[in-house]
Design a protein around this ligand. Structure first.
Ligand SMILES: CC(C)(COP(=O)(O)OP(=O)(O)OC[C@H]1O[C@@H](n2cnc3c(N)ncnc32)[C@H](O)[C@@H]1OP(=O)(O)O)[C@@H](O)C(=O)NCCC(=O)NCCS
Length: 161
């Protein structure tokens, strides 16, 4: 079993180690990091999962971003320790954080990932959204947290300054 908590300052390096394990340290070369580097994540939405043995076994972070001055919630990274994958932990991290995002009045969320996994949560491939290159357009996914909130939101994704 596992429990979800808000990521605290003291969890930072354990979360980084988990992401290194799941993505390799070359993750920093991914285009998504151009939207994160030098900007702070949204603390209220960054969650960790701990096992019964108090080990950090999963984490999700979010950054603010914008398209044409409209605020976007940018999901990622998310990772679950290989030993704990396939037990619903990824789903719990996503569902719980998305619920919180709605409560915090975020309107739309964007991410880069495999549609085959994320569509079960309501993510769909987005058209007309330009990410820092190189990004496979088929992996640009979005979800409305409020009806029609993606309507007319098109263009380049920028960090939220
Ligand atoms: C993606 C990840 C967070 C999912 O966490 P998880 O706890 O294993 O996920 P869940 O238990 O909620 O769901 C497991 C299901 O998702 C499927 N799944 C997991 N990753 C998938 C992917 N990239 N593409 C398609 N299906 C995937 C599994 O095959 C499994 O399928 P099943 O329900 O038919 O058995 C986890 O596999 C992980 O950390 N992977 C490495 C890092 C990564 O790729 N992160 C996402 C970057 S966008």
């Amino acid at each position: 079993m596992f429990e979800l908590y808000n990521e605290k300052k003291e969890d930072y390096w354990d979360v980084e180690a988990l992401f290194d394990l799941c993505f390799t340290p070359s993750r920093f070369a991914l285009s998504s990091y151009r939207l994160r580097e030098g900007y702070s994540p949204i603390k209220d939405l960054c969650l960790i999962a701990k096992s019964d043995e108090d080990l950090l076994v999963g984490a999700i972070r979010y950054w603010p971003a914008e398209i044409d001055k409209k605020r976007i919630l940018f999901l990622g990274p998310i990772a679950v320790h290989p030993t704990y994958q396939g037990e619903g932990l990824g789903a719990a991290l996503i569902k719980n954080s998305i619920k919180r995002a709605r409560e915090l009045n975020w309107k739309r969320v964007l991410m880069v990932g495999d549609q085959i996994y994320y569509r079960r949560f309501g993510f769909r491939k987005m058209d007309g959204i330009i990410f820092p290159p190189p990004t496979n357009p088929d992996r640009i996914l979005g979800m409305e947290l409020e009806d029609f909130s993606w309507q007319g939101v098109l263009g380049e994704v920028c960090p939220f300054r």
